[in-house]
Design a protein around this ligand. Structure first.
Ligand SMILES: Cc1cc2nc3c(=O)[nH]c(=O)nc-3n(C[C@H](O)[C@H](O)[C@H](O)COP(=O)(O)OP(=O)(O)OC[C@H]3O[C@@H](n4cnc5c(N)ncnc54)[C@H](O)[C@@H]3O)c2cc1C
Length: 383
């Protein structure tokens, strides 16, 4: 698989893995149990330049290509899906600003996000609004040179600790995206505990009570919040989540191989039992297939190819569902031990469930992918 990467990308991946192996993997289960990621590890990711890796160099970021960003998401996903989700939402916010921000918004926010001096979070979902983001109800009312924000966002990843929220609310013009700083009077967050997965991701409710936000904080134009701003952010989010799922596949496979080569039942290592080998061969195949789909999506993104959108959705759908299968089989191979918190596969299983819901549920991707298939085949009369 390394041959599919440039020498620079392969070297970057090696460094990401070494970083994750020494600073994250040994602590991932502790974060999971504590339902928190300590600020020190977030600071370390920032100091290593990893949170700003995809921000353009002119704003102090690493200016990396899409494949390299994917490799980073993959290595973080292999170590800790909560921290991978931090990379995802933070880069989504930076990407939305880079794509739709004014020169002054870019100049203000991108250097801070690139250095990780501000952590970004995306606040779109609400208690009654999920897959259909265009139905957001958070109210945005214009008052002179401010917008007044009132509403309740839910499921905001790293909402409990983020500094800058990309919020989508409803103005007279329709869904509208604007940047809201954490210290805005009237903004309050509340941690959501006991989630099934990405339990350390500081996911939160975000309440806005008469928050006054400068009019200059709107991204793009009022009315374009979902179609343009969230659209751009979600496309990148899907890409890094897909790679994060490759990480879950890798971690599930490694844990299963290790366990099957040490656990004995019926007088032999369980790796000798064919049904165990069948689960491992499925994981192995899925991990390779998911990685190749992600690499293809990354290359097409780097080429600004029109097929990148469909390739990203294909990669996300396949990798997320494959990660679900792999993590479930990894628990199965571990037997009772897989049900305990003594082994990481229990965490991987919970994390994998979330992957089929976020950044477009599996069903939403299926609906869209079928549409791509019909479009690619074209009308019958033109075949
Ligand atoms: C851990 C976690 C972190 C999250 N982080 C964020 C975040 O940072 N920011 C944010 O804004 N949101 C976040 N979310 C919310 C996430 O974006 C939503 O969960 C997602 O959009 C799905 O919405 P929903 O959960 O309300 O499900 P619903 O939209 O209510 O869907 C419920 C079920 O119906 C199915 N369904 C819905 N519509 C269709 C359709 N047209 N065709 C077929 N099936 C359909 C879905 O696939 C699903 O199975 C997070 C969620 C979780 C669990």
């Amino acid at each position: 698989m390394t041959g599919a990467l440039t020498a620079q990308q392969a070297q970057a991946q090696k460094e990401f893995r070494a970083f994750a192996d020494s600073h994250i993997t040994p602590h991932a289960d502790t974060y999971h149990r504590a339902q928190r990621t300590p600020p020190q590890i977030i600071r370390l990711l920032a100091d290593e330049g990893l949170l700003g890796l995809s921000v353009a160099e002119e704003y102090g970021g690493g200016g990396c290509d899409a494949v390299t960003l994917g490799l980073l998401a993959g290595e973080l996903g292999r170590a800790c899906s909560s921290l991978r989700s931090l990379l995802t939402v933070h880069t989504m916010v930076a990407h939305a600003i880079a794509r739709w921000g004014s020169p002054s918004q870019k100049g203000t926010w991108l250097p801070l996000l690139a250095r990780g001096e501000r952590i970004g979070a995306l606040a779109v979902s609400e208690p009654g609004v999920g897959s259909d983001a265009s139905a957001v109800t958070t109210r945005l009312a214009r008052d002179g040179d401010h917008w007044v924000v009132d509403g309740h966002k839910k499921w905001t990843t790293y909402g409990e600790s983020a500094d800058l929220f990309l919020v989508v609310g409803r103005s007279a013009e329709g869904p509208t995206a604007l940047l809201v700083e954490r210290d805005t009077p009237g903004l309050r967050t509340e941690l959501i505990e006991d989630m099934i997965g990405i339990r350390a991701s500081m996911t939160a409710h975000v309440h806005f009570d008469d928050c006054r936000v400068p009019a200059g904080n709107v991204l793009a134009r009022p009315g374009l919040g979902v179609s343009h701003v969230v659209g751009a952010a979600l496309d990148l989010g899907r890409y890094t989540v897909a790679w994060g799922c490759v990480g879950i596949l890798d971690a599930s496979l490694e844990a299963s191989v290790d366990y099957a080569t040490t656990r004995e039942q019926f007088g032999s290592l369980i790796k000798e039992h064919q049904l165990v080998r069948s689960m491992i061969s499925n994981m192995y195949t899925d991990a390779h297939a998911a990685r190749l789909l992600c690499l293809e999506a990354g290359r097409l993104r780097d080429e600004r190819h029109p097929g990148a959108l469909a390739a990203t959705s294909t990669a996300k759908y396949f990798a997320a569902t494959a990660a679900g299968r792999a993590a479930a089989d990894a628990v199965q191979i571990h037997g009772a031990n897989g049900c305990s918190s003594d082994y990481p596969v229990q965490r991987l299983l919970g994390d994998s469930r979330v992957m089929e819901i976020i950044e477009g549920s599996a069903q939403l991707h299926q609906v869209g992918l079928a549409e791509y298939a019909f479009q690619e085949r074209g009308p019958r009369s033109e075949r």
